[in-house]
Design a protein around this ligand. Structure first.
Ligand code: PLP
Length: 411
């Protein structure tokens, strides 16, 4: 549903004020099922674990749960949330897993991908103390996404990613788990890249298969390639060079289906999509308060904030438009700046907008990933979220109030 309808937006504004987010559940469902279908065309055993950190709005996670998607969590907090939301299938990743969380995850039959040796220590001790304890344990591999010329595709161009077990530590830890009577049912290769390129998933898949072959990991039921994909983009975004769900599925399956180990063991392939399924599911609406000319620069000042739209402060301008308004004929070149007292609260840089007067509403698309889960109560109250489905509007998060902010403090 394309919300260009000025009256509808105005009625939401009248009831809940600005700024606010809109959530479109249909888009999320479509994205998830299209991603899964891309794999299912060639291999039936495919599981998605939705990356909570990307956006853990409960109303959104609930949709994933109803679709049979697993919760992919990386912390105590996210584990608690997945349990509270009633997820029966949980994948527990992340670099810090304290003993109590591991026990909690084991009791919920979660698939636990160990990231470091201290976690091997903990699960081995637990197994020793409770030999009957059933656990679903996996290993995250440290994948070297660096080409022959030394160019790194790892996030931020890092020479070494820090997650998972490097090759040198594999043998020792696989042996320790085996000696403790723990079988390895999952292998995990998530590696965040700067380019989200399809070729990375060939490197990841091939490396995961080689480890499984070299160490005879024939109990692996979950072949988890992680997340970090491109996917459904909001309208208006330049899609040049962007890979599709099919591209990722094909490159992974080309490698997997040509491996004797894979075809013999037939594990489920697990994907952990975040941005690729949620970016276009949320839009943000904020009200123009002032046009201000300072020297050669025009600023359009709105009541929202960059912390709501792109708290990672990346330099790109997200697709945007002025909803309705009176002066759509004349354009202005401007920066759209937010309501915090930070110079860097710049929501849009050097953009051309239809002349916007105070009271008009600016729409920003593609704000579903790493926004709501990353934005702090910084200067402003957290904005409400409304879900739009089948023509009806449902408030799924109200605007924050002072008590929400103060409740965790002792006054
Ligand atoms: C283990 C793991 N899985 C999945 C994801 C989701 O990645 P994205 O939101 O980029 O798709 C991440 C993000 O860093 C991750 O660390």
């Amino acid at each position: 549903m394309e919300l260009k309808n000025h009256n509808l937006i105005k009625s939401i504004e009248d009831e809940w004020g600005t700024p606010f987010y809109l959530m479109f559940p249909d888009r999320y469902r479509n994205n998830l099922s299209s991603f899964l279908d891309a794999f299912k065309k060639r291999y039936p055993k495919i599981i998605a674990g939705y990356s909570f950190k990307t956006n853990y709005v409960p109303g959104l996670c609930e949709i994933a749960k109803l679709m049979g998607v697993y919760a992919e969590v990386v912390s105590d907090m996210e584990l608690d949330l997945a349990i509270k939301l009633g997820f029966e299938n949980i994948i527990f990743n992340g670099p810090i897993k304290k003993k109590n969380s591991l026990i909690r995850a084991i009791n919920h039959n979660a698939i636990i991908n160990l990231d470091s040796e201290y976690e091997v220590d903990t699960v081995c001790q637990l197994k020793l103390a409770h030999p009957d304890m059933q656990m679903r344990i996996g290993l995250r591999l440290n994948v070297h996404l660096i080409d022959d010329d030394g160019n790194s595709s790892i996030q931020c161009g890092l020479k070494h990613g820090r997650f998972g077990f490097p090759k040198l530590l594999l043998s020792r830890n696989i042996e320790r788990l085996r000696s403790a009577g723990i079988s390895i049912c999952s292998i995990h290769g998530h590696t965040s890249s700067c380019d989200r390129a399809v070729i990375n998933y060939k490197v990841i898949t091939d490396y995961m298969i080689s480890v499984c072959e070299d160490y005879g990991l024939n109990d692996v039921e979950y072949f988890n390639i992680g997340g970090g994909f491109f996917g459904a983009a909001p309208e208006g975004m330049d899609l040049t060079g962007r890979y599709t769900y099919n591209d990722y599925a094909n490159v992974v399956l080309d490698s997997a289906l040509s491996s004797p180990w894979f075809t013999q063991c037939q594990p489920s392939i697990v994907i952990e999509p975040g941005s690729s399924v949620v970016s276009n599911v949320f839009e943000y609406y904020t009200k123009v308060f002032q046009l201000k000319q300072i020297g050669s620069k025009t600023f359009v000042i709105v009541d929202g904030s960059v912390f709501d739209v792109k708290p990672t402060m990346h330099q790109g301008n997200l697709p945007h438009s002025i909803i309705g308004g009176n002066n759509l004929a004349s354009e202005i070149e401007c920066d759209v700046v937010g309501s915090t007292c930070m110079e860097k609260d710049i929501i849009l840089h050097d953009v051309k907008l239809p002349y916007a007067s105070a009271g008009e509403i600016l729409q920003i698309k593609g704000v579903g990933a790493y926004t709501i889960s990353l934005s702090p109560s910084f200067i402003n109250y957290l904005a409400p979220i409304l879900s739009i489905e089948n023509g009806s509007i449902r408030l799924i998060r109200r605007r924050q109030v002072l008590d929400d902010l103060l409740n965790i403090y002792n006054l």
